[in-house]
Design a protein around this ligand. Sequence first.
Ligand code: HEM
Length: 430
Amino acid sequence: MTQADLGSPRLEDLSGLVLLGEATAAADPRAVYRRLALEWGPVAPVELEPGVPAWLAMGYREIVEVLRNEAVFSKDTRSWRWFAEGRIAAATSPVAAFLAPRDNAMFTDGKHRERLRAALDDGFANLDELAVGRALRALCDSLLDDLVSRGEADLVREYAEIVPVLAVGAMLGLSPDAARSMLPHVRAVFAGGPGVRPAASAIHRTFVELSARARTNRAMAILLRDDPGPVRDLTEALVAHPNLETDVEVSSSLAMTLISGCQMEIAWIAQTFELVLTDAEFAGRVRGGRLGLDDALDEVLWREPPSTNLAPRFATHDVELGGLRVAQGDAVVLGIAAANAAQEQAVADDPWAGLGNRAHLTWGAGPHRCPAERSARFIARIAVERALARFEDLELAIPAESLRRVPTPWTRHSVSLPVRYARPVVFEQY
Ligand code: HEM
């Protein structure tokens, strides 16, 4: 008989649970994970929003078990008991709006997911990274030209948030203005609250229009020249892909790529700056050249993973996980930050021990593993490298204790990062 048979509690019967968003935004989330693990073990109950409980898997083994087994742990929100029984609805619950069923690779399983995901994988594989890299360097430099001359800036609001929407937007074929206009919507989707639905609709509308335009251009080119011409961005790649059957599938895939890609990238860049500004040892190693930028970025993925908690999977039948009984229809959130922290602790107290070790769960695992790791790495690398090369005597302009975190259970970074730095000396010409 397993421990699970010996009276494991039902999620519905538990009260006084930790609110996941509060744990994520806490000054020391690791202390919260340690407390939960002491009380419950590798899987603990939490609340996604008041009155909506879920399991938080924090053990490396348990997380991989869930991520690799989509037949038992479905990504389709219609398998969530709370959703299927109408206990929560997208119209009234922020978390239900965030997780509402969508026809893209992220929210589907099995053969359907395979078909949608193959189109994305092909699209990313054929991206012209050299061209994106060139455009990105120019874009970072032009943002920095403006910031550097001022002597003070907000590194999140004015840089870490802007570079990813412009970079991912360019990959998707959005103009810089259209990409920038997506930023408040991306923020709203992750923040939860009543803004999720209108923001998601605005993003979808943009991509329905963009894919319709790409489809028309392609049809006209075939009509006029018998040749659709080269695919220039991800939107054109998805429109041309035989696996995607409807415009809803195309625009839903694009919207999901923009939302997920931007938010992850913002968190990665913002957290790297924050560590440089608040952790003297990390900053010394980066600035002194003892820690190469790629290793520094990887250290951030370990310590402050942008994918702090992955959106839940839903048990398709009763199953044992980490010694607990997870009932059919329960939500299981994947606590990547908690698992990385436990792994890191297990490796050693030596901050060098984890270097070069990319065995963290930050990119996910199994069929939904991030398809864009290469692109994600070069966006973050270019953004951070360009900025650190330009700012002299960079320092935080407010006490580190007063930094506030974005209000979301899914990722973690500061809302803003006010900094000051030396203004360049301008020599007068006579
Ligand atoms: C800091 C950088 C990034 C990290 C840490 C990251 C991490 C992840 C993780 C963990 C997943 C799996 C989610 C799950 O299993 O529930 C994922 C999925 C995804 N990511 Fe990334 N990501 C990053 C950047 C990007 C970028 C820049 C893009 C696009 C340009 C992107 C596009 C996607 C897409 C489309 C999926 C859904 C894949 C699927 O469900 O099949 N990601 N990402």
